[in-house]
Design a protein around this ligand. Structure first.
Ligand code: WTA
Length: 679
């Protein structure tokens, strides 16, 4: 393996010209990477045309790239890739493989691994999956869903969730998946933002041995006036046709509320349709899905991804970064409710005709050997998970890992937050027996697919670094204060120069916010919201968020959302939420809460506030520390100075910075004195 010799990030210097007419199946050498990287930057039209040729189009695009990245121009931010191309995502994930080789109909597409390991796991072939997707697409059509309609999907991590996504893609409906942990309030917010008319859900889900009542959360959401656009709810039965239904699930099914004329059992509807359903011919820039993600301020942002560019990008990144070989078994532990589930459980793998595992459970149930047992059970070759999971499993005795075999593993991957070198080494040495490269992939809901990532066995890895940019990605760090670009090596705010096909095109119904959040901070660049250090050898080290978004256990949580949940409690007059470093979860959530006059502080109230946050946003959002603070540090104009709060909880109380603009500087001393983090 040749090591990179990148001086001042000049990957594009002295490289051999790429003179072939198509992309290789695998990147094998660093020279090959440099040559293709140079091409992707200097001639993006040629590079991405070759990438698009990896898919089947009804009409191959004659225009490849047409993008404007500077909001100050007359055109403004406008991103179009393959704009006259006609394509269908579902066709590319399923039909085309079988059309090319009818034997593929018998290849396993999805392996379902249920939450409870003794429950039946089932495999579903490409042929069966295609048939089920067509039938479900016909159910959607029967209920009036057509191209461009928004479909909210609120499902457990089961095969039917993947079927729902693919069925939407087949008929050109825009899916909006909401993670099953979100509360009815959060689902309602997301349904109303996109004016959805239909919800696909399940009677319940099972996670960590617990029954999660999904349908009843939808019932509650739909009582809210902002959701009166919803006319239809299609309900899958978890454990449909299975005998060993858990007792509490049986009870729940009996007590399920049912609104006649609105609610329909999926299994009954499926009996009324056939399996003939031609894919809708979609323009490359037609929307494929909306996925909500937390922002620094305000409501969650409906990230909008479109069809041709997104699929081209996830297809190529999956292929190269996992160096996928036909026949290999791949598992990504993410839920389909997050972007990782969209791009690297469903679309990327299936577009590459891979066999991919759909895992319903959590890494610690029934015990902390779960992942490693699954790897042995299904002989998994490529395993992709989050640093949080690795750190929480690492905290237990290594024997939970070493008692399993794991010889099938070839490659390991991580995503979601920075991985500390210690966890990286444990993953590499204990889980991978020192044999498997680790791909630490940096990317975001907004980027659609991997942005900064190793390509295995092509350059050397460094524990904790996402290493180098993927094809077409030009990184630039900026100084937060001077707003000027930085020369490397240095550390600054991470931006991307110029467009790539997988990026989000807008925020659903709010292009202005899209421009404000991502393109105004550094004109001419996409602003990631992350900090990054780029070392002399060009390697990238992500340092974490630079805005008011927390990344806790791989999930993005906007502090503003938590604050607004807290103030919904009658006892609270004001709240300020900040993150602090946590050795397992990446960040912990610290809530400063000012109570109303005459309300007494108590542990009981603390519990109630935690419950309020979980009820309002979702069960995966959990405040770690509630600090009752009679006063918060504010500027004279009344703005809470979060910078100071962050320093207090870090704790880094000797570097508070300028406190002279504070209305009452003694407030800070009082908070330091009473904070559990500074004791
Ligand atoms: C963080 C998940 C360091 C980062 C795909 C980013 C990472 C946010 C990494 C996006 C990584 C993701 N190293 N940090 N390899 N991957 N992040 O939208 O802060 O759920 O901005 O997308 O996760 O989270 P999102």
């Amino acid at each position: 393996m040749s090591s990179p010799t990148l001086i001042d990030n000049s990957i594009t210097n002295n490289t051999i010209i790429w003179d072939k007419s198509s992309l290789p199946d695998k990147i094998q050498t660093f020279d090959e990477y440099k040559s293709l990287y140079t091409l992707s930057i200097e001639d993006p039209n040629r590079f991405w045309k070759m990438a698009a040729e990896r898919l089947n189009w009804y009409h191959f695009p004659t225009k490849i790239k047409n993008t404007e990245f500077d909001y100050r121009t007359e055109r403004g931010i406008d991103i179009k890739w393959f704009e006259d191309g006609i394509i269908n995502v579902c066709y590319n994930c399923l039909d085309r493989h079988i059309e090319k080789d009818p034997n593929i109909a018998n290849q396993i597409a999805l392996i379902f691994e249920p939450d409870i390991p003794t429950d039946t796991h089932h495999h579903i072939t490409y042929g069966e999956l295609l048939c089920k997707v067509k039938k479900f697409a016909n159910v959607l059509k029967k209920h009036g869903i057509k191209k461009g309609d928004r479909v909210t999907i609120y499902m457990p991590m089961v095969i039917e969730a993947c079927i729902a996504l693919l069925a939407c893609a087949r008929i050109g409906a825009i899916h909006s998946v909401v993670f099953g942990g979100f509360s009815s309030h959060s689902v309602a917010e997301r349904i109303s933002d996109c004016n959805g008319t239909i919800v696909i859900t399940s009677d319940f889900g099972v996670r960590g041995g617990k029954c999660i009542p999904l349908k009843s959360k939808i019932d509650q959401a739909l009582l809210m006036p902002e959701c009166n656009t919803v006319k239809t709810v299609i309900v899958f039965q978890r454990y449909y046709g299975m005998e060993n239904l858990k007792d509490d699930c049986v009870e729940r099914r009996k007590t399920l509320e049912w609104v006649n004329g609105r609610d329909f059992w999926a299994h009954e509807e499926l009996e009324t349709v056939n399996d003939i359903c031609e894919p809708e011919q979609m323009n490359a820039e037609d929307p494929l899905f909306i996925l909500y993600t937390s922002g620094s301020t305000g409501k969650p942002k409906g990230i909008l991804h479109t069809t041709g560019g997104y699929l081209t990008y996830v297809n190529l990144t999956f292929k190269y970064v996992f160096a996928y070989n036909p026949g290999e078994i791949y598992m990504c532990s993410a839920d389909v409710g997050w972007i990782t589930g969209h791009s690297y459980v469903v679309y990327g793998p299936l577009a590459n005709q891979a066999t991919t595992v759909v895992f319903e459970g959590i890494p610690t149930y029934p015990d902390v050997s779960r992942f490693w047992n699954i790897i042995d059970k299904h002989q998994i070759n490529i395993f992709y998970t989050a640093p949080t999971a690795i750190r929480s499993l690492m905290a237990h005795n290594d024997s939970y890992v070493t008692k399993t075999n794991r010889q099938s593993l070839r490659l390991l991957g991580t995503v979601g937050e920075p991985i500390n070198p210690e966890a990286w080494r444990w993953y590499c040495n204990v889980v991978g027996n020192g044999r498997c490269p680790i791909v630490d992939t940096w990317w975001q809901t907004e980027t659609g697919g991997f942005m900064i990532t190793p390509i295995p066995n092509v350059w050397e890895l460094e524990a904790g670094s996402a290493t180098l940019p993927f094809f077409g990605i030009q990184t630039q760090i900026f100084d937060e204060k001077t707003r000027k670009p930085l020369e490397i090596p240095d550390r600054g705010e991470l931006c991307i120069r110029d467009s790539w096909p997988g990026q989000a095109r807008s925020l659903y119904g709010n292009h202005k916010r899209f421009v404000d959040v991502y393109f105004k901070p550094y004109p001419g660049y996409y602003f990631s919201g992350d900090g990054c250090e780029i070392k002399k050898n060009g390697y990238h080290w992500i340092t974490g968020r630079v805005d008011d978004v927390l990344v806790i256990s791989g999930h993005n949580i906007g502090t503003a959302e938590v604050e607004s949940a807290l103030v919904q409690h009658v006892a609270v007059s004001e709240a300020a939420v900040v993150g602090y470093p946590d050795p397992i979860k990446n960040q912990g959530m610290y809530c400063f809460v000012t109570l109303k006059d005459n309300v007494l502080e108590s542990d009981e109230l603390r519990k109630e506030l935690i419950k309020t946050v979980r009820d309002v946003i979702g069960a995966h959002v959990h405040p770690d520390i509630i600090h009752f603070a009679p006063n918060l540090p504010k500027t004279r104009s009344g703005k809470i100075m979060r910078r100071i709060l962050r320093k207090i909880v870090e704790p880094d109380i000797h570097n508070l910075g300028d406190t002279s603009t504070l209305n009452d500087p003694t407030v800070v001393d009082e908070l330091i004195r009473t904070s559990p983090r500074t004791k």
